[in-house]
Design a protein around this ligand. Structure first.
Ligand code: FES
Length: 189
């Protein structure tokens, strides 16, 4: 290898090294939001005092938290809505109380589910899916047409906890998002 070829290869090597030094942090910066988004996981919040829930009267509450779009982080925004359904009354000690939580996202195609206090059913106005208080789909025979939802409302982890300082009993929910349009409840990545 003559001297000229050696210098040429040496220059190329320096050029590629410089390109890598510039490109790698750039690629990491561009893909950072995508890598953060795939981390997943639920968010746990105390949402409503147990004393404010009545049996058979679902209450809708919001989950707040930070939201991340492609490159911007928004703090303290509403990131989800949840229905709480109390199943046991005040004759049951708070620590044994049963409360169910459902996400208000329709499992059909993701519209917002509403509660009809008169009919005591949840319904989705987009394509007329109906759900019972238990979260199960109302049967096709009861509806008189095919209920479009592929599954019942998505339940969330929920527990009744006592606040140390005040002694008040609160309902704590772990909020997650699920894929819609599927027959099985599948957490969104
Ligand atoms: S999105 Fe709810 S019924 Fe279609």
């Amino acid at each position: 290898m003559n001297r000229r070829t050696l210098i040429k290869w040496f220059s190329r090597a320096i050029g590629w090294t410089c390109a890598c030094i510039v490109a790698i942090p750039g690629i990491r910066f561009i893909t950072e939001p995508l890598r953060r988004r795939s981390s997943g996981g639920g968010i746990t919040q105390r949402v409503v005092q147990l004393a404010n829930l009545r049996v058979g009267e679902p209450v809708q509450t919001t989950i707040t938290g930070s939201r991340q779009d492609a490159w911007v982080r928004y703090d303290q925004e509403t990131i989800g809505r949840v229905y709480l359904v109390r199943e046991t009354d005040d004759t049951v000690p708070p620590e044994q109380s049963k409360v169910k939580a459902f996400t208000a996202v329709c499992p059909h195609l993701g519209c917002a589910v509403q509660f009809d206090a008169g009919a005591k059913t949840f319904n989705c106005p987009c394509h007329k899916a109906f759900f019972e208080l238990s979260g199960n789909p109302v049967s096709d025979s009861e509806l008189g047409y095919r209920n479009p939802t592929p599954r019942g409302m998505d339940s969330l982890e929920c527990q009744v906890v006592q606040e140390g300082g005040t002694g008040e009993w609160w309902v704590e929910v772990t909020y997650e998002k699920f894929e819609y349009g599927l027959t099985t409840k599948t957490p969104r990545a």
